[in-house]
Design a protein. Structure first.
Length: 157
């Protein structure tokens, strides 16, 4: 659950929340959660099941693969107000995470669970199992983050 102080911080980073309807905002505050992630922590490793998408409020996350020779190959980094395109892809394609995501600079994020809502919620009313796909507002939250990714997502590093 997101408290009012955390919600204000999140709303500053994600102004699209100002356009969401009251019911969706209430569900968002009740089901999403705020995470503090220390520097050096792996958020995902290759093969992990993805059950939430992180919208970064502060910090930097590096996404990379290990090459055949054991060398780390940076795919991209993301920071404030952004999200990981590979996480979104894993959720939407129902596949496991294909790389490693490690926090490079201490981070704060709002975590939106893949299947957070129970019977009678907006999600089930929409006939969907996922907050991100259940309504235009849910999709807009995801889209707002994804469109802020660098246009060249494969940044050497």
């Amino acid at each position: 659950m997101i408290n009012s102080e955390q919600f204000e911080l999140i709303a500053r980073a994600l102004p699209i929340l100002g356009n969401a309807d009251a019911r969706l905002l209430q569900e968002f505050q009740n089901k999403a959660f705020f995470a503090h992630i220390p520097e050096g922590r792996d958020v995902f490793i290759e093969g992990d099941h993805v059950d939430a998408i992180a919208l970064l409020i502060s910090g930097v996350v590096r996404v990379y693969k290990i090459g055949e020779t054991g060398r780390e190959i940076t795919l991209y980094r993301f920071g404030n107000g952004e999200s990981c395109i590979l996480t979104a892809n894993a959720i939407l394609s129902q596949k496991n995470f294909p790389a490693i995501a490690t926090v490079e600079k201490e981070a704060e994020a709002v975590m939106i669970p893949l299947r957070p809502f129970g019977t009678g919620s907006v999600a089930t009313t929409c006939g969907a199992n996922s907050f991100l796909s259940c309504s235009p507002n849910g999709f807009l939250l995801l889209w707002q983050s994804l469109r802020r990714l660098p246009s060249a997502a494969w940044i050497p590093g």
